[in-house]
Design a protein around this ligand. Structure first.
Ligand code: ZN
Length: 159
């Protein structure tokens, strides 16, 4: 069965950044299972997998624009530390959920300078060219429920 819209695809992958460091990998873990054509994964990877079958392997490099997007300076902002009331110590790398016009968004603390806290709403991998090593484990039809919900249901998933 070929990977196409509305198929459920299981892949093992290793993700490296441009410098060759491993950022993420499904080795030693469960494969990543996603619904193809439902924007469950980054567009560049979904495009590269189109038409492949189980047991195929591929290496693909994906530009930032087809991965987690370009880094947008306008998503950073300097805010007063008083906005983090109740947080004992504000440290670089901490993540918070923020309500924005675009919905709930994860923001990271990018810098702390006295009372000035720089927050960054970019995805941690924004602006990065990514390199995937992918092995396709399984391709199956999606169930009617999965198609309706736009995501994969694993065994024991209730909703
Ligand atoms: Zn669901």
């Amino acid at each position: 069965m070929k990977i196409a819209k509305d198929k459920v695809v299981s892949i093992h992958y290793t993700l490296k950044n441009d410098a060759g460091s491993i950022i993420d990998s499904s080795e030693q873990a469960e494969p990543l299972v996603y619904l193809h054509g439902a924007q469950n994964i980054i567009p560049g990877l979904e495009h590269a997998l189109e038409g492949k079958v189980a047991d195929d392997a591929l290496e693909v490099s994906i530009e930032a624009v087809d991965a987690y997007g370009e880094y947008k300076k306008e998503l950073t902002e300097v805010v007063p530390s008083s906005m983090f009331e109740g947080v004992e110590s504000i440290e670089v790398g901490m993540e918070f959920q923020a309500e924005t016009e675009a919905g709930t968004q994860v923001i990271r603390i990018a810098a702390v300078d006295g009372d000035d806290v720089t927050v960054d709403g970019n995805h941690p991998l924004a602006g990065e060219r990514l390199h995937f090593d992918v092995a396709i484990a399984e391709v199956r039809e999606a169930s009617a429920d999965e198609l309706e919900h736009g995501h994969v249901h694993s065994a024991g998933c209730h909703h």
